[in-house]
Write a protein that binds this ligand. Structure first.
Ligand SMILES: NC(=O)c1ccc[n+]([C@@H]2O[C@H](COP(=O)([O-])OP(=O)(O)OC[C@H]3O[C@@H](n4cnc5c(N)ncnc54)[C@H](O)[C@@H]3O)[C@@H](O)[C@H]2O)c1
Length: 209
């Protein structure tokens, strides 16, 4: 698919300013300024606030915030600056930014302190950034997925995966990456969507544990 649309893959650390700036520069040289950013990079490290070995290591918490929240903001700030300098389309629109939160940003489970707070930060950033970037014609939306069948689930035993799937009210299965992609495409095309987080979860509400 990447080859079909002339896409290129560029590695970067989203949580690192210089690395992300270099990636944007390479992409700009190949394709011109960015019109769309889909912020998808994320990590989930489990650990209790106070576990068997005492309080959670602060650097473990920091690592998740660095990738999920600071990484999202880092890419958003660079994309917004680039989009703001482009020619506007209809309605003055210059670009669209789509972030990825999680239902854990609303209902973090036991052991998800770092992940839940990083994703809640992304949800909070959404309306703020949409307001601030409105004058540049840049929209900001966030998708909050429930349980989506990605490589994140590959390591799980079948029975655990089945019981997770059965916990989804309807349809009682894991979500598919193409369902995320379909929503992202809709957001890109629907100019009146702005400043909101959309759950993509089959009505799932996470239990405490
Ligand atoms: N799969 C789910 O059920 C689910 C549910 C809710 C939210 N999410 C979110 O969706 C997003 C995608 O997750 P996924 O399920 O595809 O997981 P994944 O582990 O398959 O993909 C995450 C990707 O992020 C990349 N990444 C990690 N740290 C990075 C960094 N510092 N810089 C650049 N890239 C980095 C990884 O290399 C990997 O390709 C994540 O933000 C995740 O939190 C996933």
């Amino acid at each position: 698919m990447g080859r079909k649309i002339g896409g290129i893959g560029i590695g970067c650390d989203v949580g690192d300013a210089a690395s992300a700036e270099a990636a944007f520069a390479t992409a700009r040289a190949a394709h011109g300024g960015a019109r769309v950013l889909v912020n998808c990079a994320g990590i989930g490290v489990a650990g209790r606030i106070v576990g068997r070995d005492g309080p959670m290591k602060l650097d473990a918490y920091e690592r998740v915030i660095r990738v999920n929240l600071i990484g999202t903001f880092n890419m958003l700030r660079l994309a917004a600056a680039e989009m703001g300098a482009l020619e506007p389309f209809e309605d003055g629109e210059r670009g669209v930014i789509i972030n990825t939160a999680s239902v854990a940003g609303y209902e973090g489970q036991v052991g998800q302190a770092a992940y839940a707070s990083s994703k809640a930060g992304v949800i909070g950033l959404t309306i703020q950034a949409a307001r601030e970037l409105a004058r540049s014609g840049v929209r900001v939306m966030t998708i909050a997925p429930g349980l989506i069948q990605t490589p994140m689930f590959n390591g799980l035993p079948d029975d655990v995966r089945d019981s997770l799937a059965a916990s989804v009210p309807f349809p009682a299965r894991l979500g598919r990456p193409d369902e995320y992609a379909a929503l992202a495409l809709h957001i890109m095309g629907n100019r009146f969507l702005n400043g909101e987080t959309i759950r993509l979860d089959g009505a799932l509400r996470m239990a405490p544990r």
